[in-house]
Design a protein around this ligand. Sequence first.
Ligand code: HEC
Length: 129
Amino acid sequence: MRHATVLGALLLLAAGTAHAADPVAGERAFAVCRSCHAIGPGAQNGIGPAQNGLVGRKAGTYPGYAYSAANRASGLTWDEATLRDYIRDPKGVVPGTKMMFAGLKDDRRIADLIAFLALFDAQGNRAAP
Ligand code: HEC
């Protein structure tokens, strides 16, 4: 009886760990985005727009960045589900985008990445961690 309870608790713990998105792992995953995207205090637009305040923002609205017409006309808002699809397949979600990136295929990595992006407000302030 006692063993069964302990085992149940361990299984729950394992399941919780397996599904929680990890922003620290997401920061490592962001390395592939950094060649084109800056984030954090003082982030500047580069080949791609700076990513501060991305989660919840309307597509094509980062100040001072020259987006493609396809991105501006997409009508998307970068909520979690939309970001997940876009990071997996940018051209599939925004045909004609000028983001030259094939996409990531690993769901876990994508979830971690979004958790990392969500740490930054529009001014580039980073929430813990
Ligand atoms: C080779 C350069 C490059 C890489 C690598 C890249 N991007 Fe982009 N990204 C762009 C460009 C260019 C745009 C602008 C797209 C447009 O205007 O059509 C963009 C746009 C975006 C947008 C839309 C932003 C907005 O304000 O509408 C998101 C979200 C995004 N990228 C996320 C990512 C993430 C996450 C990664 C890493 C997994 C990544 N990008 C990797 C070049 C890149």
